[in-house]
Design a protein around this ligand. Structure first.
Ligand code: HEM
Length: 225
C-alpha cells in the first residue's frame, strides 16, 4: 500500500517536472528573441529600427535593452527552477538559480518601470498602468519568494514561487495570447496604437486572470503544489 502510494507520488512528480521543462522549451524562442533585441539595443549589433529606442535618450534605451536581455532569462529559468524545487534534488543549485532568478526579476521589473516612467508605453496611460502593476507584482513576488525561503517557511515559499512563475511567464503569455487572438479573429478589436478593446483587456489580461486562477486553485487545494 505504502509502496504503491510512493510510486504514484513519484510518477506525479515526474509528470510535473516534464511539464515544466516543456513549458521552458515552449518559451525559449521568445526568450531568444528578447535577448537578441536587448543585445542589439546595448550596441552588440546593429540597432533595429524600433519605437522603443528613442534618439538621444541613452538612459531609457539602456533601461529597455537591459530589461529585454535580462528578462529573457525569466520565462526559461522560472519553470526549470520550479521543477528543481519540486524534485527536492540538488538543493545548492536550486538556491543559486533562485538567487539569479530573483535578481533577474528585480532588474527586469526595474528596467520596464523606468522605461514606462521615462517614455511611456505605446498604448498610453491604460497600458502604462497595466504594465506598471505587472512590474510591481513581479517585484513583490520575487522578494516574497526569496524572503520566505530564507526564513525556511517552505509552504508559503512555494505559494509565492508559483505566483512568481505565473508572472515570469506573463511576458511570454502576452505574445502567445496576441498570437492566438490574431489566428482566431484576424486581430479584431486591436490596432497598432494598442487602443482597441482587446488591447485594453490585454493591458492586464496576460497576468491578472492567471493570477486569479492560481489563487482559486490555492484556496481549493491549500497543500498545492
Ligand atoms: C518576464 C520577462 C520579460 C521579458 C522577456 C520582456 C521582454 C520584452 C520585450 C522583448 C519587449 C519589446 C517589445 C516586443 O518585442 O514585444 C518588451 C517591452 C516592454 N516591456 Fe517587457 N519583458 C518582460 C517583463 C516585463 C515586466 C515585468 C514589465 C513591467 C515593468 C515590462 C515592461 C515592458 C514595457 C513597458 C515595454 C515597452 C512596451 C511598449 O511601449 O511597447 N516587461 N519587453
Amino acid at each position: 500500500m505504502q509502496h504503491s502510494l510512493q510510486k504514484k507520488r513519484s510518477k506525479g512528480a515526474a509528470a510535473k517536472a516534464a511539464a515544466l521543462v516543456f513549458l521552458a522549451l515552449l518559451a525559449a524562442p521568445f526568450s531568444y528573441y528578447a535577448a537578441v533585441f536587448g543585445i542589439e539595443g546595448l550596441g552588440g549589433g546593429p540597432q533595429r529600427d524600433s519605437y522603443l529606442f528613442v534618439p538621444g535618450s541613452a538612459w531609457s534605451n539602456a533601461a529597455i535593452s537591459v530589461h529585454m536581455l535580462i528578462g529573457a532569462a525569466l520565462p526559461v529559468l522560472a519553470p526549470l527552477q520550479m521543477g528543481l524545487g519540486l524534485s527536492g534534488r540538488l538543493p545548492a543549485l536550486h538556491r543559486w538559480l533562485g538567487r539569479l532568478l530573483i535578481l533577474a526579476a528585480c532588474v527586469t521589473a526595474a528596467g520596464g518601470l523606468a522605461f514606462t516612467a521615462w517614455q511611456g508605453t505605446i498604448g498610453g496611460w491604460p497600458m502604462d498602468i497595466g504594465f506598471s502593476v505587472y512590474g510591481l507584482l513581479l517585484l513583490a513576488a520575487a522578494l516574497q519568494t526569496a524572503r520566505l525561503a530564507r526564513q525556511g517557511q517552505t509552504a508559503r515559499h512555494r505559494r509565492w514561487a508559483l505566483r512568481l512563475l505565473v508572472l515570469a511567464m506573463g511576458s511570454w503569455l502576452y505574445r502567445v495570447q496576441y498570437g492566438l487572438w490574431a489566428l482566431a479573429t484576424g486581430g479584431a478589436a486591436s490596432n497598432p496604437q494598442f487602443t482597441g478593446g482587446f488591447d485594453l483587456f490585454m493591458n492586464a489580461g496576460f497576468y491578472l486572470p492567471w493570477l486569479l486562477l492560481l489563487e482559486l486553485i490555492l484556496r481549493r487545494r491549500p497543500s498545492a503544489p
